[in-house]
Write a protein that binds this ligand. Structure first.
Ligand code: ZN
Length: 307
């Protein structure tokens, strides 16, 4: 590997594909954003991934050599075999995306889950870098986690970290068809939806509910506390099972800062009784964590020490 080698990290979100050129020091040298095209068919999404790659390739920094690509996607992902198993949003259904991209691009391509990619990035260059036992939980339109145990990311055939679809005890229908899921109570969209249903007042999103919590609105506080309780249950169980030293909180809800984190910390620690209480801290890489994590996957694939 030469110092002029670069990879592309491509984070395929539900709405936007965020990609970038990343060097051996994990500096982002170039960025590219374009719509995912979710809902327009997987062919369109596949094509948009290719176009993101072509755009970055067309303006590679002078003298640099593209050696691999890492792609992080949403949904249930088999990182080890490079298969997009399922995504409600994008429409993946057992698609061998890694080999399809390698064939099309003629380069080593690593495929991973977007939140596990975020966990990789936060654990190597973000808020979790001092911890070999950590969980990165993304609380945005959905709720999902990436977990490192003894410094190793846990895959579980693509099912590890899916704390968003565990029943947290409330009778609340979830988009997955289940009921009481953490995601149905604590995701940013769930918080906004539950507040509107309770009060009949339309809100823009969870941020507006957070503002109403600060202003002392009893209904907003109730919805917010339900979200805290659901998340604290999931986080305490995860920490109890795998021994997290740190829980790094990212995603849209994390922009509420201590309004979310302080009660979450208190409730999670209370749930853990005598057990080691993890630090509960905000993510540091913002919405670049998926792209940087995808780049890590790309480097690993190129070096051949991929999962
Ligand atoms: Zn669910």
């Amino acid at each position: 590997m030469s110092t002029n080698d670069v990879v592309f990290g491509v984070d395929v979100g539900g709405t936007v594909i965020k990609s970038g050129t990343v060097d051996t020091d994990y500096s982002l040298l170039d960025r590219e954003r374009r719509p995912t095209g979710a809902g327009m068919g997987t062919d369109v999404v596949f094509n948009n991934i290719l176009e993101s790659v072509q755009a970055l390739r067309s303006r590679l920094p002078e003298g640099s050599r593209l050696v691999g690509i890492g792609v992080a996607i949403t949904g249930i992902v088999d990182d080890v075999n490079g298969v997009a198993i399922h995504s409600e949003n994008v429409g993946w259904n057992n698609m061998p995306l890694r080999s399809m991209l390698e064939q099309e691009l003629g380069l080593p391509v690593g495929l991973g889950h977007d939140v596990r990619a975020g966990a990789l990035a936060e654990s190597s260059m973000g808020a979790g870098r001092d911890h070999s036992n950590m969980m990165f939980i993304a609380i945005g339109t959905g709720v999902s986690a990436g977990i490192l145990v003894d410094g190793r990311l846990v895959y579980g055939d693509g099912y590890a970290g899916e704390v968003g679809h565990v029943n947290a005890g409330l009778n609340e229908p979830c988009g997955c068809g289940g009921s009481g899921c953490v995601e149905a109570i604590a995701s940013a969209s769930a918080v906004a939806r539950r507040y509107s249903r309770l009060t009949g007042i339309d809100v823009e999103g969870a941020k507006e509910v957070a503002d109403r919590v600060s202003a002392g609105d009893a209904s907003a506080i109730q919805v917010w506390n339900d979200a805290i309780n659901a998340l604290a249950t999931a986080m305490a169980w995860t920490a109890g099972v795998v021994g997290c030293e740190a829980i790094v909180v990212g995603g849209g809800m994390a922009t509420s800062g201590e309004l979310l984190l302080a009660p979450l910390r208190e409730q999670t620690h209370r749930n853990l009784n005598i057990l080691r209480c993890p630090e509960i801290i905000p993510a540091q890489l913002g919405d670049e964590s998926g792209c940087l994590g995808a780049a890590i996957i790309g480097w690993d694939r190129y070096r051949g020490d991929a999962i």
